[in-house]
Design a protein around this ligand. Sequence first.
Ligand SMILES: [Zn+2]
Length: 265
Amino acid sequence: MSTAKGYAALAPKAPLQAFSFERREPNDDDVVIDILFSGVCHSDIHQVRDEWFPGIYPQVPGHEIVGRVRKVGAKVTKFKEGDAVGVGCFVDSCIHCQTRDVDAEQYLPGLTQTYNDRDASGQPTYGGYSDHIVVKEGYVLSVPDNLPLDGAAPLLCAGITLWSPLKHWNAGPGKKVAIIGLGGLGHMGVKLAHALGAEVTVLSQSMAKKDDALRLGADHYYPTNDPKTFEALAGAFDLIINTVSAPIDWNAYLGLVKVDGTMVL
Ligand SMILES: [Zn+2]
């Protein structure tokens, strides 16, 4: 066991406060990580406020974790002391499940979330708003040397949330991709789709974020508060990804998808 320092909500909707707790003794397949950065995801706010399901308290949020390896268990082969690593939204799954598919672990029973969950022994999991964490090797990711560690942290949740549909629907050269919304998720979508070689359009409520969108790599920018946008872009896109959490008029946006195109909600 090792004593960790972090920030926790002690009860639903309580503000975060300093909190000490015990991390488990590392097993042979565990990596002990000194946490340097943790992104702030809107999911953290939802869960601290107990808005999704009955939460576990005290609750230490944080599932966009980046740090350096402090030490590794005897059977760990992929990491060594000092490596830059990341941890995302989950830290275990049903490894003995007959139907286990390593590409879809997030859908399997036995999934253990990085925080606000219980591990296989029934102990609560605590997240990245803390100074260190103990995680099985299979749920630790390498962070390449060419990425700044602070900037890499949001890739662990916001990044993968946009990377997954972009790759699944083959965003790349010759593909026209629209990103609805330019917030925490949307800006990731713009940067990733641009890097994949797609022609990227941002659809945002007003012109307020145009400069940011173009700076991040968008090729085009249209305001959705102007009805002419929906006429000008009718049938224009191979892929539209919605990153807006508020209700929008799906029918209007469906009109912007090419025949056999895709809209991700
Ligand atoms: Zn998240």
